[in-house]
Design a protein around this ligand. Structure first.
Ligand code: DON
Length: 565
């Protein structure tokens, strides 16, 4: 009876389409391009660059500098990162590596005490926490090679924003309040992030950064080497000398970004390009996708217990390899081709039980074929000339080391904590490393940043990436899977609840929004499940078959913004 009653009131498929009901989340759309960043001021600035005839690289570099002003907790000139640029016309996808480097005087045991124990405070909150910053050199290189604007033009909106100031949004005020213990201990930091009377800024007030404006103006007038060899370099060297920091004027003068070949993989017919070492992101997103390609994930369903089980098993194995093999390829051999090979994925898949979790203690790094030849904030921008840019850059923690360079108005990163301070001792994200990621002079510390561009038949299709420390790789992975496996639009793909496994600790970390029944099934398979805070902020773009640009701003950041042209 009940069945009959329901049938009588159900709506026919034809009527449903006529009623125009549809998806739960809607992306922003654009005909000529799209920007997606973690801050509406940066998105608007990047949008205006393209509206005035600039290309996606012009917009990306301008946004990168603007974020250093509007969102100083992660936008930066005192940190570093990675930029992927895809040019459909030439078929080239290049990676600009502007990751920080260890100073020349750095030593393997610099963060250990006399008893050989790691003192985390040293790699996180002192002047020695900072690697030699790469952002100014990296963004300038991208502009010079692939942009059309002058550096002065790309810096102008950031300088204006720092001079005029902006109205503080709630997220900015909350960030300052949550980090005040760290920020208030340095005079130079207090001068920037506290009011002259020593009190905290509040939402709705205007925030100006005159010293940062002066630094950016010097770079605009004298070029990027000013940061590395001019007055700014001297201010950094003075800051270090005054506080026993190792970074010297020579370290700054010696810094140069590198152009690298991205890691390339194929997933269900799509080409996936992502960041190569010194990031682990590209290697492991491709490795995990290769393992998962052997299962019908679509049929298993989005975030079903079976899907999450297989994702977690693949993630565990990849993170075990990360701890063993990944490091800066300028210093160590990384078996990259082995790690991303389909054969190795088949081998790892054979070790996965469809019904039971393999405890992490039973998983050691695998045995990929030897290397065959020598070789946190994210934004995505795409234009209708065929260029797409995927950029992730960071200070490491929010506000990095918390130390502002006196007189220069910007924060120093604390990226040295991404090195393995001692084999087997986890870093701030719980990541374990060994020999390959030990501290060496002028070496780049291992990263998880995963700027990613997916192409379909040679056309840019998906531009994505995320902040989130160790969760970056798995967050980016899930945006790719949500689009390719689950057919989601880009806003749904970005908003959907996420999961994460990093081998150690041996637990699946989940966001809220996954059914308790599913979690119970996972526990019955032998998994430990831990529900924690939201993960990542994957500002992403999808380019549809008809050329429409769709943007997904990640709701996990209240200032996220996607704007179409
Ligand atoms: O390079 C890395 O992997 C880290 N330093 C990234 C830090 C990060 O994403 C912080 N943001 N949540």
């Amino acid at each position: 009876m009940l069945f009959t009653a329901c049938s009588l009131i159900s709506v026919s498929a034809g009527a449903q389409s006529a009623i125009l009901e549809g998806e739960r989340f809607h992306p922003t759309t654009g005909e000529h391009g799209m920007v997606a960043t973690s801050h509406y001021l940066a998105s608007q600035i990047a949008h205006d660059v393209m509206e005035n005839g600039g290309n996606a690289v012009d917009a990306a570099v301008t946004a990168g500098f603007a974020l250093a002003v509007a969102q100083p907790r992660s936008g930066n000139i005192g940190g570093g990162g990675f930029m992927l640029i895809s040019d459909e016309n030439s078929g080239d996808v290049v990676a600009i590596d502007y990751r920080e480097k260890a100073p020349a005087a750095a030593t393997e045991t610099m963060f250990q005490n006399a008893d050989g124990e790691v003192v985390p405070e040293r790699s996180r909150f002192t002047h020695n926490a900072a690697g030699v910053p790469g952002t100014v050199a990296g963004l300038s290189l991208a502009l010079e090679r692939y942009g059309t604007l002058t550096l002065a033009d790309a810096l102008a909106p950031a300088i204006k924003l720092a001079d005029d100031g902006f109205i503080i949004p709630p997220r900015f005020a909350e960030g300052l309040e949550q980090s005040q213990d760290r920020l208030k201990q340095w005079d130079s930091t207090r001068k920037v992030f506290y009011k002259p009377d020593g009190s905290l800024y509040h939402a709705g007030e205007r925030f100006r950064q005159p010293e940062l404006a002066a630094t950016l103006r010097r770079i605009a007038e004298l070029g990027p080497r000013e940061f590395y060899e001019g007055e700014t370099a001297q201010l950094i060297a003075d800051e270090m000398a005054a506080h026993g920091g190792l970074m010297s004027a020579e370290d700054l003068a010696a810094y140069h970004p590198s152009i690298r070949e991205p890691v390339h993989g194929r997933y269900r017919g799509y080409d996936v390009y992502a960041m190569s070492p010194p990031s682990s992101g590209g290697a492991h997103i491709v490795q995990i996708l290769n393992i998962l390609e052997g299962y019908d994930i679509h049929a298993m369903g989005f975030n079903s217990a079976r899907t999450i089980h297989l994702m977690s098993e693949a993630m565990k194995r990849a993170y075990a390899d990360r701890a063993e093999y990944l490091g800066d390829t300028d210093f160590v051999d990384v078996p990259l081709e082995g790690i991303v090979s389909k054969d190795y994925a088949n081998e790892l898949r054979d070790g996965i039980d469809l019904e039971r979790a393999t405890p992490s203690q039973e998983i050691a790094a695998g045995d990929p074929l030897p290397y065959e030849s020598n070789e946190t904030t994210h934004f995505s921008i795409a234009d209708d000339s065929g260029l797409a840019v995927s950029n992730t850059y960071t200070l490491n923690f929010s506000y990095g080391s918390g130390i502002v360079v006196d007189g220069a108005g910007f924060l120093l990163n604390n990226e040295m904590d991404d090195f393995s301070a001692k084999t087997g001792t986890p870093n701030a994200y719980g990541l374990i490393g060994g020999e390959a990621n030990r501290i060496e002079p002028e070496k780049r510390m291992l990263s998880s940043m995963t700027p990613t561009i997916v192409q379909k038949d040679g056309k840019n299709f998906l531009v994505t990436g995320s902040p989130g420390g160790s969760r970056i790789i798995t967050t980016t992975l899930q945006v790719v899977m949500n689009v390719i496996d689950h057919g989601m639009n880009i806003q749904s793909a970005v908003s959907a609840p996420r999961i994460h496994h990093q081998w150690l600790p041996d637990e699946i970390r989940v966001e809220d929004g996954i059914s308790p029944d599913t979690l119970a099934l996972l526990e019955a398979m032998g998994h430990t499940v831990s529900q924690q805070d939201a993960m990542g902020a994957a500002q992403s773009i999808r380019i549809e078959d008809d050329g429409t640009f769709t943007g997904g701003a990640d709701p996990r950041r209240s200032t996220s913004s996607a704007l179409g042209l």
